[in-house]
Design a protein around this ligand. Structure first.
Ligand SMILES: [Zn+2]
Length: 92
């Protein structure tokens, strides 16, 4: 089993903040993606199971827990760009 150090956990947290997929509507990161995983292929880290992707991913199958609806996810940088762009449109 892999042991996570404090530094590793901190690094993972930072990566997650900078590389987040968010909902296009609400900007929240509570998004789940529908995909196939191999039931017998996983590693357990700190009580969480990490599965290996298996086969094709169903395209466009995302669910936002905040909107409680299907959503179109964006990378956080794209979302911020779009938000700024929309703000500028309203101003002018
Ligand atoms: Zn949402």
């Amino acid at each position: 089993m892999i042991k996570l150090t404090k530094q590793m956990k901190e690094d993972i947290r930072k990566i997650k903040e900078q590389d987040l997929i968010v909902c296009q509507e609400c900007g929240e990161g509570d998004i789940v993606e529908k995909m196939w995983v191999n039931t017998n292929s996983y590693v357990s880290i700190d009580g969480d199971a990490y599965y290996k992707y298996s086969g094709d991913i169903d395209d466009g199958q995302y669910w936002c827990d905040t909107c409680d609806d299907m959503c179109h996810p964006l990378h956080i940088t794209e979302y911020e760009k779009e938000k700024k762009w929309k703000k500028n449109i309203i101003k002018t």
